[in-house]
Design a protein around this ligand. Structure first.
Ligand code: PLP
Length: 422
């Protein structure tokens, strides 16, 4: 192949940098499922106790995760979304109360707010990270605000020390969504994400650092919140009192013993998973230093790299995030532009108030004092990131040096070609 050939982008008919698949979280190639998980499932099936009300695995997982994170209480549940619903259930907002959150996240962050009949209020993000901007949050606090839900996006640390101070000043609960952020370290003192707010929520879904297929863990040091979360996950049935009764409205969000046993086998692997993702990420970050207009995560030492986000400056980089993603995908590199197709407030659920029947409740009617307008322009920084600047490279603990070299080679190739077309 002549040098000219290897310079032609694969989107323009050139040779792709990479022709074999990368390890992926969608199957065994990019997961750490092995003998211990097989044995865990066998143990539960052999016992015949598959439900947490009769088995021991879920309670053991809760104890082990509490020790691992150094917190007083852990409640397991069926998914990351349910882990967040437990948190909002523990806050127990009045219908129409407000919870401030981010427009760049999985829907699982926002669904529980609406399901508890509270109003999601969207603050804008820091354009360097896509994470909630503290000043934007501060401006949106009203007498009806009850909580702030912050997301450590892609495993990068959110400014939780500042948000906790803000929450305390106004008597709010700070909920940390750590679904993408196992073992993320926060400023200023390196404490673990999930332990700075009042409540931290984790996911064991297929694509996260560790998995049981689905599953959730909610952590807190507050025994009152913990008690309410435990009840919320189990039809508010106070099993510890032996009385068959239901103390408040809630659901069955229990984790199964099979999930818990698999999660227990995964937990000891978590540190290695995060270390390997971080090491590979630091290797790629070195390449980005020389690529004008492509900015790597700002705090790699503290980040657990659920994915590898790159903030693209379209002027300097010669193309926007979507053009980069398309060109990289053609080169055989798993990448996508924007993370979401639109900020969450522009999905039909919110923009068209598809909630309960035709009512639009609680977004359009009493008892909310606020009738939120979920319209384009609400969070300009978030909208610009999704439309133009946020490039996401899929990340994995099984990436070898050669895998990362291929990603770096493709990024350099695309960058050079995009700069030439100026
Ligand atoms: C995955 C995820 C969730 C939801 O978790 P599930 O286990 O899929 O329900 C919530 N928030 C964020 C930021 C996530 O990445």
């Amino acid at each position: 192949m002549s040098p000219a050939d290897s310079d032609t982008l694969a989107v323009d008919g050139g040779e792709p940098v990479r022709k074999t698949p990368f390890p992926t979280v969608s199957n065994a190639s990019g997961r750490t499922i092995g003998a211990a998980e097989l044995e865990a499932v066998r143990r539960v099936l052999t016992s015949g106790a598959l439900n947490s009300t009769v088995g021991t695995e879920t309670r053991d997982l809760e104890r082990e995760f509490a020790a691992y994170y150094g917190v007083g209480h852990v409640v397991a549940s069926s998914s990351g979304t349910s882990a967040l619903h437990l948190a909002v259930g523990a806050v127990n907002p009045e219908p129409g109360d407000e919870i401030i959150t981010t427009p760049i996240t999985d829907a699982g962050t926002v669904l529980p707010i609406l399901l508890q009949n509270a109003v999601p209020v969207f603050a804008d993000v820091d354009p360097a990270t896509g994470i909630l901007d503290v000043d934007s949050v501060r401006r949106l606090i009203t007498p009806r605000t009850r909580a702030i839900m912050v997301v450590h996006l892609f495993g990068a640390p959110a400014p939780v020390a500042e948000l906790r101070a803000l929450a305390d000043e106004h008597g709010l609960i700070l909920i940390e969504d750590c679904a993408q952020a196992y073992l993320t370290r926060c400023r200023p003192d390196g404490r673990l994400a999930g332990t700075i707010g009042h409540i931290g929520c984790f996911s064991l879904q297929q694509s996260k650092h560790i998995t049981a297929g689905d599953g959730g863990l909610t952590i807190t040091d507050d025994p009152v919140l913990a008690r309410r979360m435990r009840l919320f996950a189990d039809k508010a049935w106070p099993r510890d009192t032996d009385e068959r009764t239901h103390l408040f409205l809630s659901l069955n969000y229990r984790m199964t013993e099979l999930q818990a046993a698999v999660a227990r086998a995964q937990l000891p692997k978590l540190e290695g998973v995060v270390r390997d993702r971080r090491t590979a990420a630091q290797q790629l970050a070195k390449t980005l230093v020389s690529l004008d207009g492509l900015l790597p995560p700002t705090d790699p030492e503290a980040t657990s790299f659920w994915q590898f986000p790159v903030v693209v400056d379209p002027e300097r980089a010669g193309g926007n995030a979507h053009e980069y993603a398309r060109a990289l995908a053609a080169e055989g590199i798993p990448a996508s532009g924007g993370y979401l197709t639109r900020p969450l407030y522009l999905t039909p659920m919110l923009a068209q108030r598809h909630t309960y029947g035709e009512s639009g409740y609680p977004l359009s009617a009493f008892p909310a004092s606020l009738q939120p307008e979920y319209v384009p322009g609400l969070c300009p920084q978030a909208e610009r990131m999704i439309a133009e600047t946020l490039l996401v490279i899929m990340w994995n603990e099984r990436y070898t040096d050669a895998d990362v070299d291929d990603i770096a080679t493709a990024l350099t190739k695309v960058h050079r070609a995009f700069q030439r077309r100026e």
